[in-house]
Design a protein around this ligand. Structure first.
Ligand SMILES: [Fe+2]
Ligand SMILES: [Fe+2]
Length: 164
């Protein structure tokens, strides 16, 4: 792991968890045994890693913020409930609705959250932040299928960070 990226993630996490439901994401399963919070940490890391590799010109802070809350839908989609139907197609809208309630979002952050499920939803992100996030999200989803306790080091670092 790149230390500079993990420190950036910890700082943003501490900022975003204040007066929000960010920690609730650790109650909901995303894939396998991976909670939505863990997944979001992984996507945050991957987004910044890709940003560095591709030397992106987009807004790094917005990319990181969007990565943290792109799946801010706040429910366990495995639980049988008619509001969870078609989760893959609808959760980005729910995530944006919840995120709007808890955070001040810029236009390109809203776009990144709303369109991160491209190409499952036929709406391509308008801004680079969203395109990078969408790619990072897919790479992480594949990784999580094969890895037990994904992002364990990153997750533990965040948990220790909270206790300090
Ligand atoms: Fe998603
Ligand atoms: Fe995701």
């Amino acid at each position: 792991m790149r230390k500079s990226i993990t420190e950036e993630i910890l700082l943003k996490y501490m900022e975003l968890r204040t007066d929000s439901r960010l920690d609730d994401m650790d109650k909901y399963i995303q894939h396998g045994s991976c909670t939505t919070l863990r997944h979001s940490l992984g996507v945050a890391y991957m987004s910044l890693y890709l940003y560095d590799i591709f030397r992106c010109k987009c807004n790094r802070d917005s990319l990181l913020k969007s990565a943290f809350i792109h799946d801010y839908y706040l429910y366990d989609w495995h639980e049988k409930d008619k509001t969870h139907s078609l989760h893959g197609f609808k959760h980005a809208k729910t995530a944006l609705k919840n995120a709007n309630e808890d955070f001040n979002l810029k236009e390109h952050e809203k776009d990144a959250i709303l369109n991160h499920m491209f190409p499952l939803i036929p709406s391509w992100p308008k801004y680079s932040e969203g395109r990078l996030l969408s790619l990072a999200d897919k790479l992480c989803a594949i990784y999580e299928i094969f890895k037990k306790n994904p992002y364990e080091d990153l997750y533990q670092m965040i948990k220790e960070g909270i206790q300090k």
